[in-house]
Design a protein around this ligand. Structure first.
Ligand code: SF4
Length: 380
């Protein structure tokens, strides 16, 4: 029998690892997106699936239980039935059932008929890219779906899965706080267990960035940005959600265990073009090009960029990642030679009200999350 999603992050065994699979296809590119993805090309789907399975096969001995499995992208659901066949082939290679098994889906490629087979394969968490419930905002973002498709997808997803995340974007030009709150209330009422709510970013090289530089759109100002950040928090706490990471909320204990692997600096394996892994003190990066990825795997010479991290860099990463979480950083996670320096800096910031130190943990209080980056600069 398949395992239900665990109810709380605290239940997860200490040694849990992550397995991430990147599906680099989308129906079309959203205007704000800087992830590696290409428009779906059916002629390379099968060679891509074969390459991915070979890559997992090559590494399978290193993956031990317990682990989480996350199929993201890109848009995994745009693979259609090929996604189901891919999952079947990958599960055979893994040492056990995943502790948590998430698949990302886009309302534009969402087919009701796909959900039951996904569930039968062990998927116990669905993550939907909703982003907004207003057609004007979705058009500005270049999303391939409209608001009614998003609502329909949410309704279907929550009728099949008891653990559904909706991704949302705030600070979209033209969006008001009232509109954002209304949209989130609607999504909450549809039974999602998890919400990831990110502020819109204008990344280099994206069409959205170019539009902003050309003065055709105006990014939301700092004051409204902060009001939205706080407004989202107030609403979701009022609705019984728990805030457990800068941009992430859950209810009924449905913390995303896979993302907690990243934020608590545990090891993970990344497969597929542009996937990143962290293992044995090293971070590796797969090539962000689907054709060189497929050829590299086929000829057994996949060129990964490997970054050896020094002890100091590992400590810095650990501080940056743990402090994103509401649970904060347990000081015992920092090796002794660095702990004293960190505590001294943390005490300075705590005296100014930016940090809290309690029970041998350093926390960022919610009100300080909007300035997390400047806190980190002073801390490390
Ligand atoms: S669906 Fe997601 S991955 Fe694909 S282009 Fe849009 S934001 Fe990027």
């Amino acid at each position: 029998m398949r395992r239900e999603s665990p109810t709380t992050g605290e239940d997860s065994p200490k040694r849990v690892k992550g397995v991430y699979i990147h599906i680099p296809f989308c129906l079309r590119k959203c205007f704000y997106c800087s992830f590696y993805s290409v428009e779906i090309d059916t002629t390379i789907v099968e060679p891509f699936v074969d390459a991915l399975v070979s890559e997992v096969e090559y590494f399978k001995e290193k993956i031990s239980s317990p682990f989480t499995l996350y199929i993201g992208g890109g848009t995994p659901t745009c693979l259609g039935d090929s996604l189901l066949r891919l999952i079947e082939r990958i599960l055979i290679l893994l040492p056990s059932e995943p502790l948590e098994f998430t698949v990302e889906a886009n309302p534009a490629t969402f087919e009701r008929g796909m959900l039951l087979p996904l569930k039968a394969l062990g998927v116990n968490r669905l993550s939907l890219g909703v982003q907004s419930l207003r057609d004007t905002r979705l058009r500005l973002l270049g999303r391939a779906h409209n608001a009614s498709q998003a609502l329909e997808a949410l309704e279907t997803a929550t009728s099949v899965f008891d653990n559904v995340n909706a991704d949302f974007i705030f600070a979209i030009p033209g969006q008001s706080l009232e509109e954002l709150v209304e949209d989130l209330e609607r999504v909450v009422s549809m039974g999602v267990s998890h919400l990831s709510v990110y502020g819109l970013s204008f990344d280099e090289g994206t069409p959205l960035k170019r539009l902003a530089e050309a003065g055709e759109i105006t990014p939301v100002g700092d004051v409204l940005w902060r009001e939205m950040f706080l407004g989202v928090h107030e609403l979701l706490i009022d609705k019984g959600f728990v805030h457990y990471e800068v941009s992430n909320y859950c209810r009924n204990g449905r913390v995303c265990l896979h993302n907690m692997v990243y934020w608590t600096h545990r090891e993970y394996f990344g497969f597929g073009p542009s996937a990143v892994g962290f293992w044995n003190g090293r971070r590796y990066y797969n090539p962000s090009d689907i054709r060189s990825y497929i050829e590299g795997v086929q000829h057994k010479n996949l060129k990964r960029w490997v970054e050896e991290l020094s002890d100091e860099e590992l400590v810095e990463e650990r501080v940056m990642l743990y402090l994103r979480t509401s649970g904060g950083l347990p000081l015992k996670k920092i090796p002794l030679p660095y702990r004293e320096f960190l505590l001294k800096k943390a005490q300075e910031l705590a005296a100014e009200g930016f940090l809290r130190i309690e029970k041998n943990r350093i926390y960022v209080p919610f009100e300080s999350f909007p300035v997390l980056n400047s806190i980190l600069v002073r801390l490390i």
